[in-house]
Design a protein around this ligand. Sequence first.
Ligand code: ADP
Ligand code: PAZ
Ligand code: K
Length: 248
Amino acid sequence: MNLLIDIGNTRVKWALARGHTLAETGAIWRARHPDWTARLPSDSLDGIYVASVADDSAIQALRIFAADHALAVHRVVSTARSGPLVNAYARPERLGVDRWMACVAAQARAEGSVLIADVGTALTLDWVGADGVHGGGLIAPGVNSMRLALRNATQLRPTHVPDEHAWLARDTDSAIAAGTLRCAIAVLDSAALDLAPDRLLLTGGEAELLAPRLARPWQVVPHLVLEGLAVHAEREARGGQPARQRSE
Ligand SMILES: Nc1ncnc2c1ncn2[C@@H]1O[C@H](COP(=O)(O)OP(=O)(O)O)[C@@H](O)[C@H]1O
Ligand SMILES: CC(C)(COP(=O)(O)O)[C@@H](O)C(=O)NCCC(=O)O
Ligand SMILES: [K+]
């Protein structure tokens, strides 16, 4: 059994995986739990596969956890190809590895073109064509990050996030909640309309917030990045076209 770990800028997501199957999953807010590795499962593991876009201290903490449990850490990085998937970036290693793993998972799931939205700290879009070629994507702030940006750039200090998000808000907290949410909705709706893929996949911590408000039916896949790690680990175990990786 492998421990799969997706270290984002806000949360660590993990899964126990047997082959393609994610047996158990969890998420840990790193800022709230500086000792987050103590919350990871550690029994009966063969190894750890990690995709991290966070600062090096997170990988450092994971290395200590792995050494304590005599486990190898396979740090996955973005590569020019993975199986049938081809990376659009001229410098493939610069594509966020969470984005790359989401593309791997989306491509392995089904045929046809797919647009992937991962909305967490950042909102990212990635296109994978029916031919398996990654077409690139974009990076914007997630909803909460937009709210933090306003807080940092202004004197606005909202005290709550109202449930309703009317277009025409009549108080400051509602106006911020509506404005930031509708920015994210607008990006996803217009990308779905302009690019018209066969499938729309939505993941990330803000997926459930956005999904019911979108014009087209995006399929929410909570663990898409971890699914990509499972595919990657299996490809490597079979010896077939692994993405390049560093063993640590
Ligand atoms: N239980 C929750 N309650 C409220 N917001 C949540 C919850 N879980 C996730 N989020 C939202 O998801 C974001 C983190 O999403 P995530 O995909 O884990 O981001 P990252 O990959 O950047 O760490 C948070 O900033 C927050 O906006
Ligand atoms: C865009 C991201 C910050 C998203 O991070 P997240 O919201 O998952 O924490 C991450 O994928 C990243 O650091 N990417 C590298 C730059 C790129 O993908 O072009
Ligand atoms: K993201």
